[in-house]
Ligand binder design. Structure first.
Ligand code: SF4
Length: 418
């Protein structure tokens, strides 16, 4: 769980990007602090409208870098257009696109939201933490220290919370946990598929469910049952987030991930068998201390082989008190180079997936305001789609609309209403 401080400059569009970042961080269990000196990470969302603004951005970045112990992330228009200016000014910051900020802050770890937190309703999105803890002991993880072993409230309790969220106005339920795949393990058997089926069948209303992070090991033993529930119920987005973290079994063993590359592949194959169109989401940690060049190449090959449409890449960083923190690390430049190489592959794979959607018609659930008069939603496979002009056309949050995909922006599609 990290405390973040965020500062946003510039137009309403930039403020919208900050809202998206904050929503993702809250979903991951992080919380906001007003004072940068109390934060674990400071985020500067920049603007670059005129030269004076640029100077102000650089000055503010220097202040945050010098005056606070927090890690600094610079994002926003100036980061994208003139990212190198921060390095030239001697600012020690990670310069990132808006979309990359949440994963960077989450640092490859699982979310820390727990069922003690009441379900959160954010617009038409309801966040439902179904359990606390996991059954793993990843060598790089600090979250585990806070959350411990899996503790799953009964299925009935989570069904009741899901129903309450839908009655309160949620059209999309985001099911979260450190590892949703091991839900129920403490009560004797993994029952994520049972919970999902019961929510779909027992909660009245029109809604969609997005299932959050589930480690490949937990899902592997219930992969057929789970894929069957996805195939049977339209309420479930055909979307599975299974962080593989590496394409090398040697690195996975050092990470103590408990799954192998083959087990991850078997989960993917099963979902391919049961579902015609679905989105695979995964995470890679790049530059783990024992990662060799061969291991890194294996990760790139796995990315190419399984072609996930959503990929979170985290450059390894040491977390205090973890076993991985005691390992001799790789050089910063090696981590940076491997991360860039993987990011290039990711953009090619993700861009090709969105390109293949151009010209198709999709039913989309609108869940967010976009920039200007656009609105943003997700299709049945949880592909992000922005529809310019939708607000002007009277489309509202929580509405299902039909649209035709006209283009893409590599990480999301653009569409027009039909
Ligand atoms: S699964 Fe691994 S990374 Fe996630 S909370 Fe458990 S120990 Fe940490």
């Amino acid at each position: 769980m990290a405390r973040y401080h965020i500062e946003t400059y510039g137009c309403t569009s930039n403020r919208g990007e900050s809202r998206q970042i904050e929503r993702a961080l809250r979903e991951g269990g992080h919380y906001r602090v007003d004072r940068p000196e109390e934060a674990d990470v400071a985020i500067l969302n920049t603007c670059t409208v005129v030269e004076k603004t640029e100077r102000n951005m650089l000055n503010r970045a220097r202040e945050l870098d010098e005056e606070t112990p927090a890690d600094l992330v610079v994002t926003g228009c100036m980061a994208i257009a003139q990212g190198e200016a921060f390095e030239r000014a001697g600012v020690d910051a990670d310069v990132l696109h808006w979309d990359e900020v949440p994963e960077h802050v989450l640092n490859g770890e699982c979310p820390t939201v727990t069922p003690d937190t009441e379900p959160i309703l954010d617009g038409v999105v309801g966040i439902l933490p179904i359990a606390r803890g996991c059954m793993s002991d990843c060598s790089y993880c600090i979250t585990k220290h806070a959350t411990g072993k899996i503790d799953s409230p009964p299925v009935e309790e989570n069904v009741r919370k899901a129903r309450a969220l839908v009655h309160a106005g949620a059209r999309e339920i985001r099911i979260t946990g450190q590892d949703t795949g091991v839900y129920g393990w403490d009560a004797g058997e993994r029952t994520l598929h049972v919970l999902l089926e019961r929510i779909c069948e027992e909660v009245d209303g029109e809604f969609r469910i997005r299932v959050g992070m589930a480690n490949p090991k937990g899902v592997h033993g219930i992969r057929e049952e789970l894929a069957q529930v996805f195939a049977d119920h339209d309420e479930l987005y055909n979307f599975l987030h299974i962080p593989v973290q590496s394409g090398s079994d040697n690195v996975l063993a050092e990470m103590r991930r408990q799954h192998t590359v083959d087990e991850y592949l078997e989960v993917v194959e099963t979902f391919d068998e049961y579902l015609e169109e679905w989105t695979l989401s995964t995470d890679f940690i790049v530059g783990f201390p024992t990662e060799t060049e061969t291991d890194h190449q294996q990760s790139l090959e796995l990315l190419e082989e399984t072609r996930p449409e959503k990929i979170n890449i985290t450059r390894f960083s040491k977390r205090p008190g973890t076993d991985a923190a005691a390992m001799k690390g790789l050089g910063g430049q090696t981590k940076k180079d491997r991360s860039s190489e993987m990011t290039d592959r990711k953009m090619a794979v993700v861009g090709a997936a969105y390109e293949s959607m151009v010209g198709t018609e999709r039913e989309v659930l609108i869940v967010e305001d976009g920039t200007g008069d656009s609105m943003v939603g997700y299709d049945h496979a949880y592909r992000k789609i922005a529809i310019p002009g939708a607000e002007r056309e009277g489309v509202e949050l929580g509405e299902f609309v039909t649209c035709r995909v006209t283009g893409h922006n590599t990480v999301y599609a653009l569409a027009e209403l039909v």
